[in-house]
Design a protein around this ligand. Structure first.
Ligand SMILES: [Cu+2]
Length: 167
């Protein structure tokens, strides 16, 4: 009778164990992710209107205002700003206070060449909602409505505030 060497059996067992455990380890270290956001003034570059507020006016917006990331994930955020004004992504709980530089135009009313600001942070390991807002005065064409206190904090949600959702 031909016998399988003991070492071969042990190696097989080790390989099977690794196959079972590897996905679990992989799940513990999420792959880095890149999220793209856009800042628009109260109109799109095409001239089409921007997002309307409940007041019926269009407003500056930094969208999408929410993102879903994994606990401990390395997140690179690329913000393309079509507004000639700077904004910020400020999230005290995450230690974030990033200035999103404004686009440039030769003169008032000319098409704006967008500016791109890129930053990276590591999502907290604690699952939850972490709010961000823009700390710079903006939306002046609509009387600064974006900057007014929203139901859940500084600035209007979905315009110049939102959530980094860690789950
Ligand atoms: Cu702003």
């Amino acid at each position: 009778m031909k016998t399988v060497p003991r070492t071969a059996l042990l190696l097989l067992l080790a390989a099977l164990t690794l196959m079972v455990l590897a996905p679990a380890f992989a799940a513990g270290t999420p792959q880095p992710v890149t999220v793209t956001m856009y800042a628009f003034p109260n109109h799109l570059p095409s001239g089409a209107p921007s997002k309307p507020g409940p007041d019926g006016n269009t407003h500056d917006m930094l969208v999408p205002s929410d993102m879903v990331v994994q606990p401990g994930q390395q997140v690179t955020v690329k913000v393309i700003n079509y507004d000639d004004m700077p904004h910020s992504i400020t999230a005290p709980e995450l230690g974030l206070n990033v200035i999103v530089k404004g686009g440039t135009a030769a003169k008032e009313g000319d098409p704006v060449t967008p500016a791109t600001t890129t930053f990276t942070f590591t999502a907290p390991t604690k699952s939850g909602l972490y709010r961000w807002f823009c700390a710079l005065p903006c939306d002046d064409e609509a009387g600064g409505w974006d900057m007014a206190k929203s139901f859940d904090g500084q600035d209007q949600d979905g315009f110049m505030a939102g959530y980094i959702i860690v789950n």
